[in-house]
Design a protein around this ligand. Structure first.
Ligand code: ATP
Length: 305
């Protein structure tokens, strides 16, 4: 049967561990990170059209999630991913993309990267391209360091700038309470501050053996024992709201809590989704301008609707 349309979920990620291991000539940083796909997602509809890439971005109102920052032109990562793959494959035809945003923007949750990854995966199916994951990832990393992980999903150790991926055992029933405070964090400033810290007071590297053992054990308590984000060392002093939110999440029964990526999102780990949802509801009443969601860890990346 010929497929002309696909509806896909583009899942967000959090960083359970984020360590910076070096700085490269080109300005990028080498990292060592455990990334985890979570059940918060944008929706991407792809329709075959005779030519060109056409993009429509949609979103619902509600707590401010920065959707006004999302470009609806050639700068959108979903658009760029489509253009890149269709050109690489010399495909005869184009695509109409309807992107429904739900993941908070510029939040450390890889929203743009997962949209790009989902367009790559979807077009691969829609146009019968038969690219394997490795080849999709090689294209994806040209769009952003988090795109290869978003193509693979699940739980993975990411090294290099994010392109060297190693699948890790998938933790059991762990849930996450996510919070995106109304704080704008400049990723560039965060990295610059981290570079200054490296010169004056370099943090001790994360113990990756311990991390592997904890992830292997797979419960919320074990994972909590290895939660680490080097960037939080510089982001939190710049934005005390993040520290406050993290502490409040801990008071709401989380096993552990941490900032994700370069922030400002904070997540707390729970064993029970209902407990995480109840905590999110209570926090939402006290922090009306913060976006909260409670979702499970997620591994069904390749699922089609
Ligand atoms: P990461 O965790 O990978 O660093 P992030 O979650 O911090 O990413 P994004 O949500 O991807 O950040 O947004 C960063 C910027 O990318 C936005 O300010 C926006 O201008 C641009 N952008 C381009 N395409 C998209 C998209 N499809 N969705 C969201 N932002 C996009």
């Amino acid at each position: 049967m010929m497929i002309n349309e696909l509806k896909l979920k583009a899942f967000a990620k959090i960083n359970l561990v984020l360590d910076i291991t070096g700085r490269r000539e080109d300005g990028y940083h080498d990292l060592c990170s455990v990334m985890q796909e979570i059940g918060l997602y944008d929706t991407v509809v792809l329709r075959k059209v005779p030519s060109g890439v056409h993009l429509k971005v949609e979103f619902d109102d509600g707590v401010e999630r920065g959707f006004s920052l999302v470009p609806d032109d050639t700068n959108n990562l979903a658009y760029r991913a489509a253009e890149l793959l269709l050109a690489d494959a010399k495909a005869e035809g184009g695509v109409e993309i309807v992107l429904h945003k739900n993941i908070p923007v510029a939040a450390g949750l890889a929203g743009g990267s997962t949209d790009a990854a989902t367009v790559l995966r979807g077009l691969n199916v829609l146009y019968d391209l038969y690219y394997d994951s490795r080849r999709l990832c090689e294209l994806g990393v040209k769009l952003g360091a988090d795109v290869p992980f978003c193509i693979m999903g699940g739980t993975a150790l990411a090294e290099g700038i994010g392109e060297k991926l190693q699948a890790m055992p998938i933790p059991g029933s762990v849930c996450v309470l996510l919070a995106k405070p109304p704080v704008a964090v400049s990723t560039k400033e965060v990295y610059q501050a981290y570079d200054r810290l490296l010169e004056t007071d370099p943090p001790k590297p994360a113990d990756m053996e311990q991390v592997r053992a904890a992830i292997g054990k797979g419960d919320a308590e074990a994972i909590t024992s290895c939660l680490y984000n080097a960037l939080a060392l510089v982001t939190e002093p710049l934005h005390p709201e993040i520290v406050h939110l993290r502490e409040e999440i801990m008071k709401e029964g989380a096993k552990g809590a941490l900032m994700s990526g370069s922030g400002p999102s904070v997540f707390g780990l729970y064993e029970d989704l209902q407990e995480a949802k109840a905590a999110a509801g209570r926090l939402q009443e006290r922090f009306p301008n913060t976006f909260f969601a409670a979702v499970p860890f997620c591994y069904n990346h390749k699922e089609l609707d």
